[in-house]
Design a protein around this ligand. Structure first.
Ligand SMILES: Nc1ncnc2c1ncn2[C@@H]1O[C@H](COP(=O)(O)OP(=O)(O)OP(=O)(O)O)[C@@H](O)[C@H]1O
Ligand SMILES: [Mg+2]
Length: 243
């Protein structure tokens, strides 16, 4: 199977007040569709930087990234923006919902950006809310929803355009354990049902059991790459070995 995302030798360092931090050190990884890949590791190990780099939000200092056939390093800013708009959905820890919009209105926003006709946006938004189990709450505002429900609205907003890739950075960190498990299982189901590529970052090892594949990071490197259902394997081999 061709990888959706193929990164080769990516490195990224930040210099702030003359202190240089190496966030990514020569990371090479292939990410595949139809599965939930979880990136875990301690705070500051480079998880968010890796996610931002693989989604084209951050440009690596060195290395190459091919995503859905697009060279994200060589692409212009406008090409990267267009790539994300058309192919990627994003979910973050803080939900990022508009206080004044109802759930169904929040979910329609990305379709408006894409120029989808108004009658179609309403129908697609309702279907996306159904997929996260929130059809009955579609006319509520964020203040009237629980944290878990808000995150499910954010997931519906991320999947309404049927993106090939869903990026989630700490989507369960603001939630209690039960709601965290509901959210990670929704992401897992999306990967299986829609064959999307789902890449999720978390520092919470309790999510491992819900992932198809786990990349464990430390100090800007991927130390372990394994499939929880299939046992353990050392990093350095791509998942070509498993498929
Ligand atoms: N924009 C930035 N400017 C300066 N340093 C940065 C920037 N982004 C990340 N870093 C540094 O790079 C390292 C990796 O950061 P990153 O945010 O990727 O870690 P993380 O694994 O996501 O951590 P956390 O679990 O706390 O979110 C950290 O030392 C961080 O301080
Ligand atoms: Mg982070």
């Amino acid at each position: 199977m061709q990888p959706t995302i193929s990164a080769t030798g990516i490195s990224k360092a930040f210099t702030v007040k003359q202190i240089r931090t190496i966030a990514l050190q020569d990371v090479s990884i292939d990410i595949f569709q139809g599965e939930l890949t979880l990136i875990i590791g301690p705070s500051g190990c480079g998880k968010s930087t890796l996610l931002a780099t693989l989604s084209g939000l951050t440009i690596p200092d060195t290395g190459a990234i091919r995503t859905l056939g697009t060279d994200l390093v060589a692409a212009s800013d406008a090409e990267r923006d267009s790539f994300r708009l058309h192919h990627c959905g994003f979910v973050f820890q803080g939900f990022n919902l508009f206080p004044a919009l109802t759930a169904v209105e929040q979910v329609q926003v990305p379709l408006d950006y894409l120029g989808v006709a108004a009658d179609e946006t309403a129908e697609r938004a309702e279907r996306a809310l159904e997929q996260v189990g929130l059809a009955a709450r579609r006319h509520l505002h964020p203040a009237e929803l629980s944290g878990g429900e808000k995150q499910r609205v954010a997931i519906a907003r991320a999947i309404v355009k049927n993106p090939a890739i869903l990026f989630a950075d700490e989507p369960t960190s603001a939630l209690d354990s039960v709601n965290g498990q509901i959210v990670i299982e929704i992401l897992h189901t999306i990967a299986r049902r829609t064959q999307a590529t789902v890449l999720c970052v978390s520092h919470d090892p309790r999510l491992i059991a819900h992932a198809d594949r786990v990349l464990q990071m430390e100090d800007g490197r991927i130390l372990r790459d394994w499939r929880p259902a299939a046992g353990t394997k050392a990093a350095g081999n791509t998942s070509h070995d498993y498929v």
